[in-house]
Design a protein around this ligand. Sequence first.
Ligand code: FRU
Length: 492
Amino acid sequence: MIWTREKRYQPYSAYSKVDKENLAEQVSSSVYKPAFHIHPTSGLLNDPNGFSYFNGQWHIFYQAFPFGPVHGLKSWVHCVSDDLVQWHNLGIALKPGDRYDSHGAYSGSAQVIKDRLFLMYTGNVRNKNWQRHSYQIGAWMDENNQITKVNQLLIEAPDYVTEHFRDPQLLKVNDDYFALIGAQDKQNLRGEFSLYKTQDLKNWEDMGYIQHNLGDLGYMVECPNLVYVDEKPVLIFCPQGLPQNVLPTENIYPNVYTIGSQLDFKTGTWYSDTSMLNQLDNGFDVYASQAFNAPDGQAYLISWIGLPEISYPTDKENWAHCLSLVKRLKVVDDKLYQIPVTAMSTLAVVEQTLPQNQRVLVTDAKQQYELRLDLAPDQTGNLLLVSDGSSNHALQLKFDTNNDGYLIVDRSNVGEQFATEYGETRQVNVTSHHKLSLDIFVDHSICEIFINGGEQVMTLRFFAPQAQTMIAFSEQNKLKYSGSYIALSGME
Ligand code: FRU
C-alpha cells in the first residue's frame, strides 16, 4: 500500500469495519506485540497525551492513526487504569475533522477542573495549498468519559511564530492557568517555549517566550512539560535540531530534561543554576514523554517508545510503536531518577534467584520478564539477553565496573535491524569501582533498563525471534553478582 497524502488524511469513515478488524488482527497475531505495555489496537501510536488522575482513575490518551503504520490523520485514544500498570483501552476519544482540527487532533495535556477533565490540545489544519495552521483548542470530559469539544478557539498562533506551534501543557498555578506551548520563532527559526495565562480558559494573555539560559534549542521545541519533582521544577521537552555542542545525541531527535530552581510565572522566566540539558533516556527509542504532578504527591512520566521519521520492523505488519512503563520521578543531587511504579510487582508470576558460577542464568526466559541484577565492582563482562546462548544472537549489555565504568547496549545482533544509520550501540558512563545495579524489563520487543535505581534509563525496541529465550553471560567467568529473574504476566 502506498500511503499517499490523500490516503493518510481521508476521513476515518472511509475505512470499513472489516479494514479495522484486519488491522487489529495483525496487531493481535504479531510476535512483537507487548504484553504489559500500552500498544495500539491497530495502526500507529505516538505521543502520550492528557496523562492525569480524574474521577478515581488514571487516564492516559495516545496519539493514534488507527489505519496504518504511518503518521496520518491523528486522533486521541483513551486508556484508563486503577494502578498505572493494568490499562484498559476505551478506544478513540477525540476524533479529528472539525473546523479547528480538520487534519488532526495533535498532542496536549489534561487538568481536572471542578468535576470535569479539561483536555487542551493542538488542532492541526491544512488549507488548500497544504499550508499548516496550528490552533490551541480544548474539550471537556465528564465522569462518564464523554467528551465534548469546546467549539471556540482558545489560542491562535501569534504572528511572530511559524506554523510550528503546538503541544500545550495546561498548568494550574494558584488561581491562574498557564499553557506552555512548543514554538518556532518566525524570525530566527529557533525553538522556544511560549507561555499563555488565563483565568477562565477563554481569554488568554500572551506572555511571550519563556526567558531562559539553556542556549540554542535547535529549530523547534516539541512536547514541553513542566513538572515539580521533590520541590524542583523540571523542564522536559524534545528539541529538534539541537546543536551537538549543546548536548551530543545520537537519536534523530532527543528527549531532554533540565532542572531549575524556579519558573517565575509572573515574568515567564526560568531560573536555574545550570544551563545543562540532559538526555531523559540514554537508549534508542524514547520521545515525546509526558509528566504530571499527581494528587498523591508524586510526579509520573510516560514516554512514547518510538521516534519520528524512523521505520520500524512492525511497519510491514501495519502497526507501530508503544508507550513505556509509567515511571515515578524523583530528584537526588540534581539528577532526575525514573523508577518503575511499585504496582509493577503485581505482574510477578514466579521469581527465581539467579544461579552462581554459571554462564547461563536462565534458559527459557520467555521474552516477558523483569531481571534484577547487581554486578559487583571491578569487573567487566557481557550480559546476553534474548539470546540463543551466543553473542551473535543476543541483545548485548557490555559492562565495566572497573576503571572505565560504562554500560553499552548493543542491538546489532538481535534480530531484524532498523535505524542503523543512527548507530547500533548506546553507552552510559557509570561510576567505576562501584556496584552496577540493573533493573531490566523485557516485553517481546521492548527493553527498558533502569540503572542504579533509575539514575539513568535506557529504553529500546528490538525485533528478535521469540525462541531466543536465554539470559547468559557471553563467557564462562568468575563474575560476582546477585539477582533474580521474575516472569511477568501481561495486562488482563
Ligand atoms: C511529537 C509530535 C507533536 C505533535 C504530534 C502529532 O511526536 O510531532 O509535536 O503534536 O507528534 O502526532
